[in-house]
Design a protein around this ligand. Structure first.
Ligand SMILES: NC(=O)c1ccc[n+]([C@@H]2O[C@H](COP(=O)([O-])OP(=O)(O)OC[C@H]3O[C@@H](n4cnc5c(N)ncnc54)[C@H](O)[C@@H]3O)[C@@H](O)[C@H]2O)c1
Length: 329
């Protein structure tokens, strides 16, 4: 049994669906602060918070998982800069609680949602896993520290763990059952789609004076269903291994913000109203993953690598769910 902590959120819900499709048993634990009950398909939802140690212990004792996947945490880089303690309390202390409670019931396999934010300003592109790690914000620091906590826990407990460093998760379930509904939404593709659909006045592009082909930031977009597939592969990979390993999950292709905006306009057949604002502090010009290690060791190949397909799936879900997981269109 796999405990999917944070499985009512964007990435976790897609991973839970992949577990279901692979015939695995799982339960979702979520406090629903950012997640959505409607995103939990066909599995028990344990309402719980990683910061509530007693509640967490009780949930793990009742679920008796053999593996834990951890998606739960706060995810906004900007908010983490304004309020670092909030990020330590959830992303670090919550993880410590989880490791303790999981240790007590003998969990031996962990999969952790890490991030490209662990690297900070890249010194080379594409970024390999052994690139120096110097996060430029508390969110990235919380992920790097999380990886270290897990590594030491595994060493002590003889357990195995994989940290998956996502680049920009994007897209939506190709069947249209699940999608992206962050509140507030901070990700480029849903914001550009909303601007195209007239649901927000315009999109702001943060800076157009970067040393890139059109002056806007370059990012590596990876389909959320491809991320989900990597988690199932990682779970199998952990079957007979101990210790901690980290893998990048990206497509190895970078698109500028303007290229994404053009793709959204073309897929939606509508213009994306936009303006150019100031740069955001700590935004590197280019972030593109090397995914060679995940391909070689996990046997992972992104299936939906094409940006138009990613946008198409995101648009399909967003058009059908103007209020996200709230009210249907
Ligand atoms: N979305 C991305 O592009 C991206 C990129 C890199 C890394 N990540 C990481 O992947 C993970 C999932 O991201 P997401 O976009 O799905 O975020 P999300 O906010 O949609 O999902 C997180 C889920 O965890 C739950 N949660 C948060 N704190 C909790 C707590 N203390 N106890 C119980 N539940 C709690 C929320 O309610 C939510 O359902 C996060 O850890 C994030 O840092 C995401």
């Amino acid at each position: 049994m796999v405990l999917v902590a944070g499985g009512a959120g964007y990435v976790g819900s897609h991973v839970a669906k992949a577990l279901r499709n692979a015939g695995r048993q799982y339960a979702v634990l979520d406090n629903l602060e950012k997640g959505h009950e409607a995103a939990v398909l066909g599995a028990p939802l344990l309402h719980g918070d990683l910061r509530d140690q007693d509640g967490l212990r009780a949930a793990l004792r009742s679920a008796q998982p053999s593996a834990v996947m951890l998606f739960a945490g706060y995810t906004s880089v900007g908010e983490s800069v304004r309020n670092p303690s909030k990020y330590w309390a959830n992303n670090v202390l919550g993880l410590i609680n989880l490791l303790q409670a999981a240790g007590e019931v003998g969990v031996r396999r962990f999969i952790f949602s890490s991030s490209a934010a662990v690297y900070g300003e890249p010194q080379s592109i594409p970024i390999p896993e052994d690139h120096p790690k110097e996060p430029t914000n508390p969110y990235g620091e919380s992920k790097l520290f999380g990886e270290k906590l897990i590594r030491w826990h595994c060493e002590a407990a003889g357990a195995g763990a994989i940290s998956l460093r996502y680049f920009n998760a994007a897209g939506a379930d190709p069947d249209g059952e699940l999608g992206e509904d962050h509140r507030p939404e901070e990700h480029l593709i849903p914001l550009a789609i909303d601007a195209a659909l007239g649901r927000r006045p315009e999109l702001t592009i943060f800076g157009d004076d970067y040393p890139t082909r059109d002056g806007t930031c370059v990012r590596d977009y990876v389909h959320v269903t491809d991320l989900a597939a990597a988690h199932v592969l990682a779970l199998d990979h952990l079957e007979d291994s101990t210790g901690h390993v980290a893998y990048n999950l990206g497509s190895e292709r970078g698109f500028t913000v303007r290229e994404v905006v053009e793709t959204v306009a073309s897929v939606a057949s509508r213009p994306v109203p936009h303006s150019v604002g100031a740069r955001r502090a700590g935004d590197p010009a280019v972030l593109v993953a090397s995914n060679a290690l995940a391909k070689e060791r996990l046997g992972w190949t992104p299936r939906y690598a094409d940006l138009s397909t990613i946008v198409e799936h995101a648009l399909k879900w967003r058009a059908a769910h103007p209020n996200g997981y709230g009210i249907e269109a």
